[in-house]
Structure formats: structure tokens, C-alpha cells
Design a protein around this ligand. Sequence first.
Ligand SMILES: CSC[C@H]1O[C@@H](n2cnc3c(O)ncnc32)[C@H](O)[C@@H]1O
Ligand SMILES: [Zn+2]
Length: 439
Amino acid sequence: MNHLRVTGGRVLRPDGHVERADVAVDRDEGTIRAVGSPSEVDEAVGGAAAETLDADGGLVIPGLVNAHTHVAMTLLRGYADDKPLDPWLREDIWPAEGELTPDDVEAGAELGALEMIRSGTTAFADMYFAMDRVAEAVDHAGLRARLGHGVVTVGKDDADARADVEESLAVARELDGAADGRIRTAFMPHSLTTVGEEFLREGVAEAREAGVPIHLHANETTDEVDPIVDERGERPIAYADDLDALGPDDFFAHGVHVDDSEIDRLAEAGTAVVHCPASNMKLASGMAPVRRLREAGVTVALGTDGAASNNDLDVFDEMRDAAMLGKLAADDASAVPAAAVVEMATRGGADALNLPGGRIEAGAAADLAVVDLDAPHLTPVHDPVSHLAYAARGSDVRHTVCDGRVLMRDREVLTLDAEAVQERAATAASDLVERVESA
Ligand SMILES: CSC[C@H]1O[C@@H](n2cnc3c(O)ncnc32)[C@H](O)[C@@H]1O
Ligand SMILES: [Zn+2]
């Protein structure tokens, strides 16, 4: 067996316990073969020679899952700040995105991939444009992703709107299974207010027929919820249900302004919610009822959203923000504890996206990260799970592995040329701004 051995670390197991163990990875299968004492692992792999990854002084965790982003928006990091969602999109972001080229999208996606690998993220969901170029970046970087072309029909004539829906469905069909199966896809209408009802109905029906899941922004702001309630006499999650867009493989970003009836409906349907606390705070969108969602049985994952509303792609930050904001929202310090946000960033993310990973156990996908605990801000270690949620940062990640392949070893990313990626993205971003300013 061609295997990789992660040695000498402490391992976060699916039940939340942390134990000293080695991890043996079958690189041909991209799966974890065994987790246990060195002798147990020796026995499981039959003494086969292995590449070794030193986890001494570190914590081996499932690769983190960024369950909602727009990865190429790294080019717009710091481009427009301090506005709420609607004016931010209409006055700044959409005009800039109107000037983006496919090359720009690839440059931004590579930069985002680099950032994610460095901070221990192994899988993400992405809604954007030029998705073939995002897929290229995912393939080169060695990450896992669920990708979709984002549909917006407001301001378009019927032919253009229909073409956008068709583009999203075509991307979902054509990219599914790319990058040796690490890329899966979804139909991705931007939201229930930026896509007209007839286009939502048509797209969802075709997606259902093709067995393609649905991802959209839902209940993010009151500005988005109120018109749906006023015009339809029903809340957004009921509208989504009416559109047949509420299924067990679907996942909605935000879910900030959901009432109890909507929470029950999400739970009943098995539709996951991707909580994006930093974006919700920065755009002053509101506080998602994370505790109530989880108590009702909704799968809750974590997402950074795009780098323009965050402003980074570090899921460690989302864990801390989700715990802090969840406590504030519930007015209860025990509302969203450390173990909950770690679960949301790992298993919750993998389950929401219906991708392999999220667990360190035999048979699971070999998507993992090793977090270096030997740092002043992580000393002493009373509880490693507390550190993951409240004290660790993406820069504490020492190694990142996805699908059995080492993407970062000793903080050196092996699949991307970091300097070249940063330079290309910086040039693309400044050229983009020049084009926007002269448009
Ligand atoms: C049509 S592709 C995706 C689209 O979404 C925009 N976007 C970025 N952040 C948010 C957010 O928090 N809510 C809604 N839409 C967002 C992005 O700029 C793209 O235009
Ligand atoms: Zn978003």
C-alpha cells in the first residue's frame, strides 16, 4: 500500500475526544486506513514503508470546510467596506464584478485556494462566475469543492435570464466529478429576490430532474425578507419550499432572519444552513439563531462568504466568531460552545455540502490538518477543543492533506507557487480597479 503516516500527534476523534494516535492514510484510495497507537497502525498497514508527516506537539483535525464563499472575491478584499449588503453590492461590488475576466477569476481563485490550504481548509462551496476557471484552480491546488455558477436575473430580459439559468445547469452537469472526483456541483440561484420566480421554478425543476443540489443565499437581511413577506404573504423558507428548493441535499447560506416556523421547516426538510458570522457582522445583516437551528436538528456549517465581506478565508476566525456571536444572540454564554463550532467547521460542513471528509476515522476521506499547539497564544493546553474554537488561528496550521495528498508540509504549500499566485492576483486586482475606474 502506498501510504502516508501522520505520527506523534494528538487526534481529534469524531466523538470530540482527543487522544494520542498515529493516522495511516491510503494515498491510492485517498482514505484513512487506520487511527491508533503506532503498533496498531503498523499492524493495519502491514509494515509498508510510508511517507511521514510529523505531528509531534500538534493536533490532527479533520480538514476544515468553508461551506459558503465566492473564492475569486479575494481580488476585491478591502475594495469596499463599511456598507450594508444592498448598497455594497449595487454601488461597489457588482460594478467591479462586471469588469472581471475569466483570467481574473482564476487568479483570485488560486489566491483563495492558497489562503485556504495555509489555514487548514480542505473543502469549500463556491458560487461565482467563470466556474471552469475556479475548477482549474481547485484542481491545481488539490482541494475539494462544490461549485456552481451564480444566477442573477434582476435587470435582465427574459432571454438573458434564461441563459443564466441554463449556464448554471450546464456548469453543474459539466464540472461534476472533475479533478478526479474532488469537484461536485450545484445549481446556484443567487437568492430568492435576485432571481425571478419563473426562472427559479424552471431552474429548480431541471436541477431536481438531474439530481443536482441547490445552494442559494437565504434570509440574509430584513431588506430581503420583508419584500417576500409583503408580496407573497409567506416567509422565504416557505417560498423556497413552494419552489421545491428545500431538499435534504440543499444548503442555504446565512439563515439570519429565520423564525421558528422556518427553522422547523428547514429541520424537517433536512436542508442545511451555512452560518457566515463575520460577513453578517461586517454588513450588519444580523445574528443567526445558531443555537435554535442546532437544537431543532438543522445541520449548521460555517462559511466565510467572500473575502470582500470578511475579509479573509480563515475558518478558525469563523469558529471563534460563531461561538461569540451565538452567545450574544442568545444572551447566554453557554449557547454555542467550543465543541459545537468545531463540529460545524468539520463534520457539519462536509455533511452540508454532501462531500467526503469531516472525520478522522478509518474509512473516511483523508482530508486533515495538523495544528501546531506549540505557540505562546496556545500555551498551556487545558483543552485542545477550546483552543481550536477560541485561540488558534489559520497560521497555526503546520500541514494540510486533502484526498490523501499533502498540500502543505511544514507551512510550505506544495501544490501552488505562493509567490507567483500572490503576484498574479495583485496585478489582476490593480488592473481590474483601473478598468472599473475608467468604465
Ligand atoms: C452571482 S455570483 C455570487 C454573487 O454573490 C455576491 N455576494 C457576495 N457576498 C454576498 C452576500 O453576503 N450576500 C449576497 N450576495 C453576495 C457576489 O458579489 C456575487 O455577485
Ligand atoms: Zn455569499
